[in-house]
Design a protein around this ligand. Structure first.
Ligand code: AMP
Length: 393
């Protein structure tokens, strides 16, 4: 693209049009699915990654290895791009801020700053009157003892930074477990959260455009296993008031954070239908993967539209859907039986191209569409079971 069109994009208001080069920070499956949507729409995509052998590399025009910790080189590289987004929230904020000086980073660096630290995220929620679990910041063993006295037990101790999929978390059920929890996670900035006896977990994937317009997809009902998302179902079957409340709260959060892009808000639903915000991710989310097949616009196409300042697409659901994750565990008995899984009607396969199927590692997912969410869930689970039954090797 020409220098003049790049500077007008940097000025922030003109749309970045197909043909331009987009940068994505991070090389995982979310970057791969963003790149694939962007290239379908005529963009070039280059990813800034840790390893050349990553899921995004197979879908991008080019990858740049190892620049995330080098703001000066990153800024130099940023001049090639018309807009930059990211696919994980642990991008160094200093790097995102420096980059934002030469090319629009969307969502902006301050969104990253707030959401990559559980303590700052909780402070943001409290400051905006948004409900979340009772919690206290913990910096020492004494803080932890005091926090347990305030919050009560059971509780869960979490690292403020770099936690995902249950990593950096420790449940505390009795006073005798305090030392072990501190020993496992401290010394570090931590947050102690009261354990929420939730009736369910839902998430709302939402998008906000350059001019402040906000779209949300139907919330998905999420089931986790060992703290990792296992299955997402849409529609959630929850009462309309809960669904509307969650969608409105997600919109408020994107507005208050001034997000331009896609973000996901995860909620605990209490027995009386109340909502507590658990986490905000400033990027597409695993629970939104089913939008690829089930919605008029997928979360990844929407990310492209939002980041490029284009009109956002409809989030209407086309059919009830279920998504089940495929972890490395599926390879335990040998190569999974893909033929058996794909013989199940309505099922689509997504594999991320990761070479080493380690237990707990997200390798891919299956999405099923059907006439009802119960049938979609049954199809997705049947297909996943079929992988193991017919495994060869
Ligand atoms: P997180 O990484 O904070 O999203 O936690 C991963 C999963 O652990 C959540 O989706 C819940 O299933 C569970 N979890 C985390 N925090 C709590 C809590 N305070 N109360 C109950 N369950 C929790």
């Amino acid at each position: 693209m020409s220098h003049s069109s790049l500077s007008s994009a940097a000025a922030g208001r003109s749309p970045v049009l197909p043909g331009a080069t987009l940068g994505v920070l991070g090389g995982g499956q979310l970057g791969a699915m963003f790149a694939s949507a962007a290239r379908r729409m005529g963009y070039r995509v280059e990813a800034v990654v840790d390893h050349a052998d990553c899921p995004a590399a197979r879908h991008c025009d080019r990858v740049h290895v190892g620049l995330l910790d080098d703001p000066a080189r990153l800024v130099e590289l940023g001049r090639r791009f018309a807009a930059v987004t990211y696919e994980f929230e642990n991008v160094p904020v200093a790097a995102a801020r420096a980059l934002d000086g030469v090319v629009p980073v969307r969502p902006g660096p301050e969104v990253l700053f707030t959401t990559q630290d559980r303590g700052r995220e909780k402070a943001f929620l409290v400051a905006h009157g948004l409900p979340c679990a009772p919690h206290s910041l913990v910096r020492s063993r004494d803080d932890l003892v005091a926090a347990v006295a305030r919050t009560g037990l059971p509780a869960v101790l979490k690292t403020c930074a770099s936690g995902y999929d249950g990593k950096g978390q420790r449940r505390i059920d009795s006073l005798a477990e305090i030392d072990a929890a501190w020993g496992a996670l401290g010394p570090a900035e931590l947050v102690l959260e009261g354990w929420v006896p939730f009736a369910g977990e839902i998430s709302v994937v939402a998008a906000r455009g350059l001019h402040g317009e906000t779209f949300t997809w139907e919330p998905s009902l999420n089931h986790h296993r060992h703290h990792i998302l296992d299955c997402s179902l849409v529609p959630s079957g929850l009462p309309a008031a809960t669904i509307d409340g969650a969608r409105r709260m997600a919109e408020r959060i994107l507005e208050a954070l001034d997000v331009v892009g896609v973000a996901c808000v995860e909620f605990f639903v209490t027995a009386d239908g109340g909502l507590l915000v658990n986490e905000i991710a400033p990027r597409p989310h695993n629970s939104g993967h089913l939008t690829i097949e089930a919605a008029a616009t997928s979360q990844f196409e929407q990310q492209v539209r939002a980041v490029c300042g284009l009109p956002l697409g409809s989030t209407t659901l086309r059919a009830p859907a279920a998504m089940v994750n495929l972890l490395g565990d599926c390879w335990e008995m040998g190569e999974p039986d893909w033929t058996a899984a794909l013989a199940v009607e309505g099922v689509s396969l997504h594999l991320y191209g990761k070479s080493a199927p380690k237990p707990g590692r997200k390798m891919g997912h299956l999405t099923a569409l059907a006439a009802s969410v119960a049938e979609a869930e049954a199809a997705a689970r049947t297909a996943r079971r079929a992988l193991a039954r017919g495994a060869v090797g």
